[in-house]
Design a protein around this ligand. Structure first.
Ligand code: NDP
Length: 449
């Protein structure tokens, strides 16, 4: 049995039986049995079932949001937004079912057709920081393409995944199509990665575990999509709207208590504007409301666990220019923290995954790009400037999968999301995700012409 805690109160909120390797094998078998019928279902019917699931997520939105908040410690307003996005994701992929198709290609002597074929059973392994949201990013395209799935939530945060599985059955999605397998990563996660009947792993998590997923998948030449860690740069040029950039920067790194792969945890500021920007940023950081995640006014909750808090605190001792307030009684709290650093310091090189940002000055455009790229990661980032040409030059030069200009957002349902370098490969969301859950089959028909 795994005991599930509320990280804001340390109260036990559930007990979940951890699945065994034998359970994993039974679930993969069930998914395998369900595959032929799910693949063959009329596209309009598959779309209708996904739309029904989206509708049920909306109907149960408040319940799912509260479950997520209690399990992850994230502010209820964030959970509401994420659950609304889950419904939007299922609506989007319901619409994608019959819009992701093959081509006819002109060739000599016949006709050449391509088909988009589902892969079979896919394993979806997700982390604890955005449990239901990240699950939906994988489930939507995987199911829309005609695959059956085994979803393995993180051991710390299985609750919304289990509820989503129930809602899928209520929506009429056939038994065996969407399976939920709570359990430990090193036991059932690993089994999915190595299982000969699992055709693909869609994984989100740390770069370290991503490496072992890639290695484990090699034995069966399994397809993998990896969404891994990040150390993204928030680049602020001196000509930017400094007030807007400073007002937005705290959410970009303290949102979800910094437990966000897209966190802009390196704040790069042009030296001539550095002092003014830091003054504005400290003021804005002091306004972040930290406290009870179930209060609609709260902007930052606790970290996920005591162990994780210990790890985060090891990055927040030196050159601190700001430390906010946080509750000090029960719960895994940690305050918003700004530290001055160079890009060589540990806080600027490693993914902290907590509310700690490194402030780094730069000299000019080339220096900004050099520092931004001097990291093994390449997931996200922002550029703040009023110079449109500069924004485009820097956007092209920064080695990262997702960038925003004069904004700190990273994720939109219709647009591709994913990393460069050691932040992983493959794309989630938008129509790009459909490519990752299907194979292209090429059929040539000789016509005697
Ligand atoms: P982990 O990599 O530890 O875990 C992610 C998932 O993988 C969990 O479900 C975990 O199971 C499972 N897992 C662990 N070991 C194995 C294994 N050997 N084989 C198969 N599966 C395994 O990451 P965290 O859950 O700690 O999440 C935090 C990390 O995720 C951060 O580094 C963050 O950057 C990254 N992340 C990346 C995102 C992206 O899109 N790029 C988005 C969100 C997070 P269990 O925990 O149950 O043991």
């Amino acid at each position: 049995m795994t005991v599930v805690l509320n990280p804001a109160t340390e109260e036990e909120i559930a007990e979940i039986p951890g699945a065994s390797v034998e359970d994993a094998d039974l679930i993969v078998q069930a998914a395998r049995r369900a595959f032929p019928a799910w693949r063959a279902i009329a596209p309009a019917d598959r779309a209708r079932l996904l739309r029904r699931l989206a509708g049920l997520v909306e109907e149960h939105g408040e319940e799912l949001a509260l479950l997520e908040t209690r399990n992850v410690g994230k502010p209820i307003q964030d959970s509401r937004g994420e659950v609304a996005m889950v419904a939007e994701v299922f609506y989007f992929y319901a619409g994608a079912v019959d819009k992701h198709h093959g081509e006819t290609i002109p060739v000599a002597g016949g006709v050449d057709l391509t088909f988009r074929e589902p892969l079979g059973v896919v394993g979806l392994i997700v982390p604890w920081n955005f449990p239901i949201a990240i699950a939906s990013w994988k489930l939507g395209p995987a199911l829309a393409c005609g695959n059956t799935v085994v979803l393995k939530p993180a051991e710390l945060t299985p609750l919304t995944a289990v509820r989503l599985g129930e809602l899928a059955l209520e929506a009429g999605i056939p038994v065996g199509v969407l399976n939920v397998l709570p359990g430990s990563g090193s036991v059932v996660g690993q089994r999915l990665v190595e299982h000969p009947d699992v055709a693909k792993i869609g994984f989100t998590g740390s770069t370290e575990v991503g490496r072992s997923v890639m290695a484990g998948a090699a034995g069966t030449i399994k397809r993998v999509t990896l969404e891994l860690g990040g150390k993204s740069a928030n680049i602020v040029f001196a000509d930017a709207d400094l007030e807007a950039a400073a007002a937005s920067a705290p959410v970009a790194v303290f949102g979800n208590a910094g437990q966000d792969c897209c966190a802009r945890s390196r704040i790069l500021v042009e030296r001539s504007a550095y002092d003014r920007f830091v003054e504005l940023l400290v003021e804005a950081s002091g306004e972040v409301r930290v406290g009870d995640p179930e209060d609609a006014a709260t902007q930052m909750g606790p970290l996920i666990s005591a162990d994780h808090r210990e790890k985060v605190s090891s990055y927040a001792d030196d050159n601190v220019v700001f430390r906010g307030n946080a509750p000090s009684d029960r719960g895994f709290w940690f305050p918003c923290t700004l530290v001055e650093a160079t890009n060589e310091d540990r806080v600027a090189r490693e993914e902290v995954f907590g509310p700690v940002a490194a402030l780094i000055p730069f000299e000019d455009e080339d220096d900004a790009v050099r520092i931004a790229n001097d990291t093994p990661y390449g997931l996200s980032g922002s550029i703040w400037t009023r110079d449109g040409a500069q924004a485009l030059r820097v956007a092209r030069a920064v080695e990262t999968g997702v960038l925003s200009v004069n904004s700190n957002t990273s994720v939109r349902v219709a647009t591709p999301f994913g990393g460069f370098k050691q932040s992983g490969f493959g794309r989630e969301l938008g129509m790009h995700a459909m490519d990752g859950y299907s194979e292209v089959k090429n059929v040539y028909i000789a016509t005697g012409e």
